[in-house]
Write a protein that binds this ligand. Structure first.
Ligand code: SF4
Ligand code: SF4
Length: 162
């Protein structure tokens, strides 16, 4: 990844917010009023104080393109949609993050193969989570626990009860 030097003067692109807003998913970014509800509910922000959706939006609105698009932080979002559901301004930050990732690739801040590698990692984590749920359902069934049937039905509905 290209990295912005900490000592370099901040380059401002006043068109950056318009570029983001022109993309599907980014249209609402300009109506953010900085309430911070997105950050308060974000599971990534909970474990990494440097990750702050409200601040990322602010940087975009200020035109600090390079600072945003070179930041490792834009790749940490787990797309859980909590911020998306809670935002009073319907900013849809999860989608905004997708736009920022696309721009980071298109403008050459990350290698084009990086998003695919990240998706492969996500798939691996998701598979591990499903395997864990299956193992838990089996253990509960063997122990005769009352909610084992429910867990099995949920896994079956998701096509995962094998
Ligand atoms: S919750 Fe919505 S309005 Fe509030 S800071 Fe986050 S994106 Fe902006
Ligand atoms: S979608 Fe991303 S930014 Fe929003 S709450 Fe989840 S992890 Fe945080």
């Amino acid at each position: 990844m290209k990295a912005a030097s900490e000592n370099a003067p901040r380059v401002v692109n006043p068109r950056f917010k318009y570029e983001v807003a022109a993309r599907p998913g980014g249209q609402q970014i300009k109506v953010c009023f900085g309430c911070g509800i997105c950050t308060a509910g974000c599971p990534v922000a909970e474990i990494d104080a440097a990750y702050n959706p409200r601040r990322i939006i602010r940087l975009v609105l200020l035109g600090l393109e390079e600072e945003v698009l070179t930041a490792d932080l834009i790749w940490l979002c787990t797309t859980c949609f909590t911020c998306y559901a809670r935002c009073p301004q319907d900013v849809k930050f999860t989608d905004v993050m997708g736009v920022l990732r696309d721009l980071a690739v298109e403008k050459g801040y990350v290698h084009p193969s990086f998003p695919a590698r990240l998706r492969a990692l996500d798939d691996t984590v998701q598979r591990a989570r499903r395997d864990g749920a299956r193992a838990l359902a089996r253990a509960k069934a063997e122990a005769g626990e009352p909610d084992a049937g429910l867990l099995r039905r949920i896994l079956a509905a998701a096509g995962e009860d094998s």
